[in-house]
Design a protein around this ligand. Structure first.
Ligand SMILES: *Cc1c(COP(=O)(O)O)cnc(C)c1O
Length: 868
């Protein structure tokens, strides 16, 4: 029989147990083992069947058990202590309150709103698909630990991301279990009368999109999730937040409008209802939430906010916005049909007071090769944010090249996109034993303080735990694939707690090359079955539901893993997610990553592995390109020259991988010295824990965001009140209109010594430059000499800019004279040029406007001078 209605019956906790409810609703338990221990104590068996989810645990526990706990003095003491601990954690001062993060005399941002399409906080709140969401979850938890006043904003997907299983022949199956928010660690945000708070968006054709707001508590940080599955909506609108990354482009656009525009409205409702300070900074994690800037432009156009016109509002919004890009490939960026976007804004749609033409301009690909019929979310993101960053040094560099067309006339190095390398939240991703280490061990904290024998023993314990976990999961998967229990005796012999264990788990877009290890199957089999030095490999990964190519890769791997010759040494586990990941990283000895460089923007799984003393074996991409050291693992050589075709590149890199495994990795692991210990391996584990571990922490990441992006953005936001915003917009308009007539007309360079094209090291060049400024005044610009080494094509590399000083008034032709000196500090080919840039104290970067004027010609006769 099918029920016609469903209710969630919440347990009524006896009075003395009431604090359990607060402990279960605050997701801090998910990174606080002591709180988990308390919940385990409520009902050990129930805790297991609830999958370690306190809300489910409490809804299933019997009234009799609750009664007896309510009378258990010992339990009540522990409960009181845990509740007091959480209260202290939530209210006491932390790093942010004490570190002087905003600089002397300045207040740090009162609040920061952090928008992301997905959040991976715990398996009990399945609202993520992969790395982007996990990063957002780690960002929130770390902000909480550090006391950073963040408000998270996202969508609540009733069907989350899909769960993966396998058909008998290894084809990925997807299912989307329906989530009931009442059974999740969420509470509705309510108006004073008790009615759920909601936001509404106007859609074309007189329709509306409503969403209710759920709040998850992530330690100190509230996370607001918008949910369109509400009775006020028509069926079509109810489905807007049905699942993550599903549906067609209009569906996706509506999700992103709800996230960006609805998200700002949700933040306003939250602050109004709770008294939380309003955010001074808005951070969009990837371009999906970019519409948030448009809603804020709309707000500033209202009379109560000063009735700012579009251009002035844009300046005010940019000042307080941070945009983080996460993809190094143009194909990874959201691009909508321009007409589709046009239909949803302006008359009859959203943001009626805001000029739809200006909105469309923000997303236009104005660079060579840009497609005029598309609206590009990353391009809009960069135009709406004064500060932008990639997620590793390498990715920052790749992003500057990728978006350089938006700043014509500037070298890619000068493109105003920085980088903050991602990090991971140690309490979430580190096995408690590794964090804890020896009870009173000497030296380094945690497991690094153990003796060699102790550390090796711990590694074995973790490996053994993984072996047990793998067997359980493999058994469940085979039952699900239709095997009878009697056929599955072999699973008891799958993996060996003493064999070198390699992990490889991630989503399955083609650039991550799930099947690279299968390139030469015989060679892989030899590695797996080596009589003295075998390896075993645990593989997991989900392909996007619409990606049949990815599913074929999964199937290829599963079929290989099904082969009775190797199935005890290589397993594919379906349904990679946080719960599995948390078991996988600690139990592996080596974490393998072989993406096509440089397509992995950062990668974080290898960082989580490293925190557990697992060594990395990876292509030098993302974070590993930055922090690889021979003490931390191995770099797989790449063949990423433009001349190598993809097939050959795979061959070369697979070959390099096998060679490393055969020649370097396995010999080291099995090289047992005194007492049967692999001395060098243990030393590498220790160095990974003590030297690499501290670098990969999300604390380092969030502190960088605070100091380098949030605090400067808040200062800029404060300076740009309505008057200042109008003034800045007017100034930019003046500069833009004058710029076509701004020119460097004449350059004279006189060397103190030397003649012709040569000069001596240490000598000085006296520069006199005439510049046409049209209607601009000297205060509007900076005139610079840029000097440095030149390459064969006279391009200056790694140049240094020296400002030149205005000298006297305009000449008869209205040109200004600028003067300065350049010291020749290096030998070899040296060149310089002169350029004019717009200058204003409220610019975050001289390239911000994408305007520069350089001499028309170069060479000794022309305006620029080259010395050799
Ligand atoms: C860490 C993590 C990821 C991201 O891993 P990458 O190295 O970025 O591929 C994806 N999924 C889960 C479940 C994770 O824990």
């Amino acid at each position: 029989m099918k029920a016609i209605r469903r209710f969630s019956v919440r347990p009524v906790l006896p009075e003395p147990l009431r604090p359990l409810s607060e402990l279960a609703r605050n997701l801090r338990w998910s990174w606080h083992p002591e709180t988990c221990d308390l919940f385990r104590g409520v009902d050990p068996e129930g805790w297991r069947t609830a999958g370690g989810d306190p809300v489910r645990l409490l809804s299933g526990v019997s009234a009799a058990r609750l009664e007896s706990l309510a009378a258990d003095r010992d339990f009540l003491d522990r409960l009181a202590e845990a509740a007091a601990g959480l209260r202290e954690y939530r209210t006491g001062p932390r790093w942010y309150q004490t570190a002087g993060t905003a600089g002397p005399g300045a207040e740090p941002p009162a609040a920061i709103a952090y928008f992301s399409p997905e959040f991976g906080i715990t398996a009990a709140l399945p609202q993520y698909s992969g790395g982007l969401g996990i990063l957002a979850g780690d960002h929130l938890k770390t902000a909480s630990d550090l006391g950073v006043p963040l408000i998270g904003v996202g969508l609540l997907y009733r069907r989350g991301y899909f769960r993966q299983s396998l058909s008998r022949d290894g084809w990925q199956q997807e299912h989307y279990p329906l989530l009931d928010p009442n059974e999740l660690p969420l509470a509705p945000l309510r108006e004073p009368g008790g009615r759920p708070a909601r936001v509404t968006l106007a859609l074309p054709g007189g329709r509306s999109l409503h969403a209710v707001i759920w709040e998850a508590r992530v330690g100190r940080v509230p996370l607001l999730l918008l949910d369109s599955d509400t009775e006020e909506n028509e069926p079509h609108e109810r489905e807007v937040t049905d699942r993550l990354y599903g549906g067609g482009s209009e569906h996706r656009l509506l999700q992103e409008m709800l996230l960006g525009i609805g998200g700002v409205r949700a933040v306003r409702a939250y602050c109004r209802l709770t008294g939380h300070p309003a955010p001074e900074v808005f951070h969009t994690n990837e371009g999906h939430a970019g519409f948030l800037g448009l809603e804020r432009i709309r707000e500033l156009g209202e009379a109560e906010h000063g009735s700012l016109d579009f251009g002035s509002a844009l300046e005010a919004v940019r000042a307080g916005t941070v945009f983080t890009t996460h993809t190094p490939v143009p194909a990874g960026i959201d691009r909508f049909d321009r007409d589709l976007v046009a239909r949803h804004f302006g008359d009859g749609g959203e943001l009626p007071g805001v000029d739809a033409g200006r909105i469309l301009e923000l997303g236009t690909e104005t660079y060579p090769g840009g497609e005029p019929h598309l609206f590009n979310m990353a391009v809009m993101g960069l135009r709406l944010a004064q500060r932008a960053n990639g997620v590793s040094l390498l990715h920052g560099r790749v992003s500057r090249g990728m978006f350089a067309g938006l700043w014509p006339g500037f070298d890619p190095e000068e493109v105003p996109i920085g980088s903050v390398t991602n990090g991971v939240h140690a309490p979430t991703w580190t096995a408690p034993e590794v964090l804890r280490g020896a009870p009173d061990g000497p030296g380094a904290p945690g497991a690094a303080g153990l003796s060699d024998a102790g550390l090796w023993e711990l590694r074995r314990t973790l490996r053994e735990r993984l072996v047990t976990e793998v067997r359980e999961r493999l058994y469940a998967s085979w039952r699900q694939r239709g095997a009878a229990a009697a056929e599955l005796g072999w699973i008891d012999g799958v993996l060996d707690p003493d064999v070198l264990t390699i992990g490889f788990a991630r989503r399955v877009p083609s650039y991550k090359r799930l099947t690279l290890m299968l390139r030469d199957r015989e060679r892989l089999i030899e590695l797996l079955l080596h009589p003295e030095r075998p390896v075993q490999i645990v593989v997991a990964g989900k392909a996007h539901p619409a990606d049949d190519g990815g599913k074929r890769l999964v199937q290829e791997l599963v079929r290989f893993a099904d082969d009775p010759r190797v199935r005890h040494r290589l397993v594919f586990l379906p349904d990679y997610g946080m719960a599995m990941a948390q078991k996988l990283y600690p139990g592996c000895d080596v974490w393998l990553n072989n993406p096509l460089r440089p397509l992995e923007a950062c990668g974080t799984s290898g960082m989580k592995a490293a925190l557990n003393g697992c060594l990395n074996l990876s292509v030098l991409d993302g974070w590993w390109d930055e922090w690889f050291e021979p003490d931390f693992g191995w770099a797989i050589p790449t063949a990423d020259g433009p001349a190598t075709d993809e097939d050959r590149r795979d061959d070369l890199e697979a070959h390099a991988l096998y060679e490393l495994l055969e020649q370097r990795v396995t010999p080291l692991f099995y090289d047992r010295g005194a007492a049967g210990l692999p001395g060098r391996w243990i030393e590498m584990v220790r160095r990974t824990l003590t030297e690499l571990g501290p670098k990969v922490l999300a604390e380092r990441m969030v502190e960088s965001y605070v100091r380098e992006l949030y605090a400067p953005a808040a200062r800029a936001h404060r300076r740009l009140d309505a008057d200042a915003a109008r003034e800045l917009a007017a100034w930019k308009a003046k500069v833009r209109s004058a710029w076509p007539r701004v020119a460097v007309d004449h350059v004279e360079a006189e060397a103190a010594h030397g003649n012709g094209g040569t000069a001596e090291l240490g000598s000085e060049l006296a520069l006199r430059v005439r510049v046409a400024l049209d209607t601009l005044v000297p205060e509007d610009v900076e005139v610079q000499a840029v000097a440095g080494r030149v390459d064969g094509e006279d391009r200056i590399t790694g140049g240094r800019a020296v400002p030149l000083k205005p000298s006297g008034g305009p000449d008869t032709e209205g040109r200004r004279l600028y003067e300065g000196r350049l010291t020749l500090e290096r030998t070899g080919s040296f060149g310089f040029t002169v350029r004019v840039l717009p200058a204003h104290p409220l610019l975050a970067d001289p390239a911000e406007l994408g305007l520069t004027a350089v001499p028309q010609e170069t060479g000794p006769e022309g305006a620029g001078v080259l010395m050799r």
